[in-house]
Ligand binder design. Structure first.
Ligand SMILES: Cc1cc2nc3c(=O)[nH]c(=O)nc-3n(C[C@H](O)[C@H](O)[C@H](O)COP(=O)(O)O)c2cc1C
Length: 365
């Protein structure tokens, strides 16, 4: 299947503008998601083997999730489970509906298996996404895996009103998902990343937790461009604000060195870089977070995961769960099955009795 994707489907998709190809793929999965028979076929072809794990009180059928940004409008909620994902992070969702930045805003750096995007939180707004989710719940096809929602700040909301903006989204979405991720790390909303500052983040978490009577896990997603000192400051909020975990990492504003003129042109585009060039840095951040917290705070590792080796690298560095976005673009829908199968083999070969036993095993003294 990977071969079919690389030789036939990917060249067809890659001939088109990146965002258009993305929309076609998600729309196709959205159509499939409305038909039980088709969903079943997809699940038969792509469903992943079991590798259950429990993190922040939720049960995951396997640890490989869909990263935020792929399904911003909750268009294909049952489809991601059929593709074998162990959980799905929908969004980023903002309180106000917004169009995002003008296109083109997504670019492939094919020789490096990377993507640059400056989407700017294009989404239909929290209330529309809430309606969509309520519809999926009523349809009876709600997936049997945890659903998270990535919360962003509306572009029109000033930074000093950010807490209110996140809180408004949380209020309408809190009963419709299993966990929430506060995204203060996208490079594509002006000044958003300033909200990673401890005082600003504290205010956002205070606002969300005051509305969180049912104790939904609330995580924070960090940028790979933060220093270890800045990450440590965020960690100081974990206990007082009951932060359930850290998603590490978002895309980077850094660019790899290259002599390839075509690549240099793509890397000159403004936006966040994802995919293979991000892998090592995001693993480094996972490792740092794991060590600083003595493995006590669950980490979702994301950045450049294309195969089981990449996922394993994040897990033994300290990630309890992992996520993919760009890997799915380059490797196709067989990705999850391939990764989970490989992880099961690695656990057996290493003599680990379950996934949790492997988490952080390379970062412990
Ligand atoms: C087109 C695109 C849109 C994204 N949108 C979001 C988003 O809305 N919220 C978010 O937290 N991360 C977003 N991300 C970042 C991914 O969730 C992920 O953190 C990042 O791409 C690194 O993982 P990867 O190398 O597997 O792609 C987006 C990434 C891409 C490529």
């Amino acid at each position: 299947m990977g071969w079919l994707h690389k030789k036939l489907i990917r060249p067809l998709l890659f001939r088109q503008d990146s965002e258009r190809a993305h929309n076609k793929a998600v729309n196709a999965l959205a159509l499939i998601s409305r038909d039980a028979l088709l969903l079943n076929c997809v699940e038969k072809m792509f469903g992943a083997p079991e590798l259950p794990t429990e993190v922040f009180g939720l049960k995951f059928p396997n640890p490989v999730g869909l990263a935020a940004g792929m399904d911003k409008h909750a268009s294909a909620v049952p489809g991601w489970a059929a593709l074998g994902f162990g959980f799905t992070e929908l969004g980023g969702v903002t309180w106000h509906a917004q169009p995002g930045n003008p296109p083109p805003r997504m670019f492939r750096a094919i020789p490096d298996e990377a993507v640059i995007n400056r989407m700017g939180f294009n989404n239909s707004g929290a209330e529309a996404v809430a309606q969509k989710l309520a519809g999926w719940k009523q349809s009876g096809s709600w997936p049997a895996h945890p659903i998270g929602i990535n919360l962003g700040k509306s572009k029109i909301t000033p930074l000093d009103k950010a807490a209110e903006d996140y809180a408004n989204s949380f209020r309408v979405l809190r009963d419709l998902a299993d966990f929430f991720v506060v995204n203060v790390s996208s490079p594509n909303t002006p000044n958003l990343r300033q909200l990673q500052d401890k005082a600003a983040l504290d205010e956002i978490f205070a606002a969300l937790q005051s509305l969180n009577a049912t104790h939904k896990p609330i995580l924070v997603k960090v940028a790979p461009d933060l220093t270890f000192e800045a990450l440590d400051e965020i960690l100081e909020l974990v206990a007082p604000r009951n932060i359930a975990g850290i998603v590490a990492t978002n895309t980077t504003i850094a660019r790899p060195q290259t002599n390839d003129a075509a690549l240099q042109k793509i890397y000159a585009e403004t936006g966040g870089l994802s995919g293979k060039p991000l892998r090592a840095r995001s693993t480094e951040i996972v490792r740092h977070l794991y060590k600083q917290t003595n493995g006590k705070v669950p980490i979702i590792g994301v950045g450049g995961i294309f195969n089981a080796d990449d996922a394993w690298e994040k897990i033994i560095a300290g990630a309890s769960l992992v996520q993919c976005y760009t890997g799915l673009v380059y490797e196709g829908p067989g990705l999850t099955k391939k990764i989970v199968t490989g992880l099961n083999e690695k656990l057996a070969a290493g003599g680990f009795k379950n996934l949790s036993a492997a988490v952080g095993s390379a970062s412990r003294p």
